[in-house]
Design a protein around this ligand. Sequence first.
Ligand SMILES: [Zn+2]
Length: 168
Amino acid sequence: MLFPTHLLVAVGISRLADHSWVRRRLPSAPTLSAGWLVAGAALPDIVDKPLGALGVVDTYHSVGHSVLLVPLAVAVAARYRRGLALAVGWGSHLALDAFHVVVNGRAGDALFLAWPVRTRSDPLALPPVEFARFYVGSPSFYVELGLWLAAVLIVLRSRLDAGREDGR
Ligand SMILES: [Zn+2]
């Protein structure tokens, strides 16, 4: 998925975790910091895109996108409240990237999750700008458009509700 959509979903997870409906049903569930969720969601690309661009590895999905980091993420999540949010954000990035390749009919490309045990070079080896050109118009791209549209509608609705509250 595109980088901004990962950040959007992280904010959405934070909002969902704080929603009164969720808090009523899961009162003991920890709250998740939006900032740390967003940081976790950004982490895979912040680590892996420079590594790919510098030629350290031959793909743009490597160590930051690898499930080999799950033990580290679990340890950080178990030890620190912020670490939990960071790990959830990181996990959401991996899940969405895997979801996007499956939706686009390239389920085999989800093997990026097993880096460096298994690697797929095409199209994950495309630099970010070329990848965006490749990606626009794919089924997953339209899923992302739907997510952004939903986010805009949610923000507009909350502003309208707030306006009604002020008008009373
Ligand atoms: Zn990614």
